[in-house]
Design a protein around this ligand. Structure first.
Ligand code: GLP
Length: 241
């Protein structure tokens, strides 16, 4: 596992955007696995800046997001679908029919999980998967205890994850308690993985990922079984390592 230690969130965002841009510029068709949350926002800003200032094109990019809340329609302002349109898709002109996000408002959630897996399996895993990390070591919405062989599935979010994500909901009574997430075995099919972590709150999770044992109690520890993972983390996040 390669670790790039950076000074702060801004540097983490610049370095990760550079790695993504190299991939975007080097291939005729690129598949990116994308994440939400506060961590990748700076990276998306850098991609938008590069598109606006240097004219980098994204019309050959196909995207596959990690997760979505159950019960929110794609047009709901608090859905991950809206987040992605607002922060990336609309800003760099990725054709929307090349973007994929699990459908959290599907009537048959299990069918939707199977559909999503077959999409990703049909391309043999994405070229580059961007990941954040939850304070309890979750990746996507794969909470502690999730099987490493899991595929896309429905999860009940833990109280700590609900609390960590509460800031994104104006009305807490409308915060979904379930989500659809790409499973760990699907994430591990990615050809390359880039995990970002910034700030003190991620110290324990990074310590377990880098120094702890490989265990389903810490979902991110599964990344130790993948041969091409880069972690970009700031000094605060790496303090215990
Ligand atoms: C959420 C997302 C994850 C994200 C994690 C960390 O639960 N589903 O994909 O990595 O939270 O969030 P943040 O980047 O806001 O710390």
């Amino acid at each position: 596992m390669k670790i790039i230690e950076v000074a702060d969130y801004e540097e983490m965002s610049r370095v990760s955007a550079q790695i993504i841009l190299e991939k975007v510029k080097s291939k005729e068709r690129v598949t990116l696995g994308l994440a939400t949350g506060s961590t990748p926002l700076g990276t998306y800003k850098e991609l938008v800046r590069d598109h606006e200032e240097n004219g980098t094109r994204f019309d050959h990019v196909h995207t596959y997001n990690l997760d979505e809340y159950v019960g929110l329609t794609s047009s709901d302002p608090e859905s991950y679908h809206s987040y992605m349109c607002e922060h990336l898709f609309n800003r760099v002109s990725i054709p929307l029919d090349q973007t994929n996000i699990p459908n959290g408002s599907a009537e048959e959630l299990l069918q939707e999980c199977l559909r999503y897996d077959s999409l990703i399996e049909s391309i043999g895993g994405v070229d580059l998967q961007l990941l954040g990390i939850g304070q309890n070591g979750h990746i996507g919405f794969n909470e502690p205890g999730t099987s490493f062989s899991s595929k896309t599935h429905v999860v009940d979010l833990t109280p700590s994850t609900l609390e960590a994500n509460a800031e994104y909901f104006t009305d807490l009574s409308k915060q979904p308690t379930r989500a659809l997430t790409m499973g760990i075995s699907i994430i591990l099919q990615s050809k390359e993985i880039l995990l970002l972590a910034s700030g003190e709150k991620k110290q324990d999770a990074l310590f377990h990922l880098l120094r702890g044992e490989i265990t389903e109690t810490v979902p991110a520890s599964a990344l130790n079984m993948h041969g091409n993972v880069t972690i970009i983390a700031d000094s605060q996040a790496l303090k215990l390592v």
